[in-house]
Design a protein around this ligand. Structure first.
Ligand code: APR
Length: 232
């Protein structure tokens, strides 16, 4: 059985927009009149822990009421014919809930928390609130399992290696304003075909751009991928 062609998806907040979850820069990058970069930061965690917990508790509650959209499902359906890998900047679990396997969360996961002293001590908290004063098994305060602005992105090497082995790269719903995630686009091998799906697409030289939403764009890209690799 010939190896399945590897299709790597890089998704951002726009992937979850049709599930009703706010994008970051859509709301002008603000939450309760705070810049998100200020709330999602180690400094905020030190200075105003309650504000940070409230920010993520609100997003976890919204996630509990959200469901995957057709875009997530198109990716799941492609898993039969392609070796599908998803690299997401999103911290929601909609890819997983749609049946996407091999999902790599560059910026962490909303449904998990971890010791603020030991980043390997991670616990599942589902969609519940994380309350002030909760501690991990090592006695340190529990914090959201999220990569904050200014913190390192431990999965970057793994993600870059994945993109470098792609036969096709599909970028969906990201403004490409946050690094190092955005630099992943340039790790694709020259022979890989490249698609970018976004109703308001950022600059992406060498990409076939579909200026439309995730669900509609992914249906079209799925058709093009089947044509390209299976001539049908
Ligand atoms: N379908 C596809 N894309 C959409 C849709 C949609 N229905 N609606 C909006 N978009 C696009 C927007 O045009 C925009 O280009 O989704 C993109 C969202 O961009 P951002 O809000 O900047 O989100 P993202 O690129 O994922 O942010 C990256 O920044 O705040 C940090 O860590 C956080 O992971 C996040 C990172």
């Amino acid at each position: 059985m010939a190896e399945k062609p590897r299709v790597v998806f890089i998704t951002g907040a726009g992937m979850s927009a049709e599930s009703g979850l706010q994008t970051f820069r859509g709301a002008g990058g603000l939450w309760e009149n705070h810049r998100i970069e200020e709330v999602a930061s180690p400094e905020a965690w030190e200075m105003n822990r309650e504000l940070v917990l409230r920010f993520y508790n609100e997003r976890r509650r919204a996630l509990a009421n959200a469901v995957p959209n057709d875009g997530h499902r198109v990716i799941t359906e492609l898993q039969d014919e392609f070796d599908v890998r998803v690299i997401t900047q999103n911290v929601d679990d909609l890819h997983e809930r749609a049946g996407n396997v091999n999902v790599l969360h560059l910026h962490g996961e909303l449904t998990k928390a971890r010791s603020s002293a030991d980043e390997t001590l991670v616990v599942d908290i589902g969609y519940r609130d994380l309350c002030l004063g909760e501690c991990a098994s090592d006695g340190a305060p529990l914090r959201p399992h999220i990569v904050w602005f200014g913190e390192s992105v431990p999965m970057m090497r793994l993600a870059a290696d994945l993109v470098s082995t792609a036969h096709a790269l599909v970028v969906v719903g990201t403004s490409l304003q946050v690094y190092p995630a955005a630099s992943l686009l340039w790790e694709a091998p020259s022979h890989a075909i490249r698609f970018l799906i976004d109703p308001n697409p950022p600059e992406a030289p060498g990409f076939y751009v579909l200026s439309k939403g995730a669900s509609e764009g992914l249906k079209e890209v799925a058709h093009l991928l089947r044509q390209q690799f299976f001539f049908r």
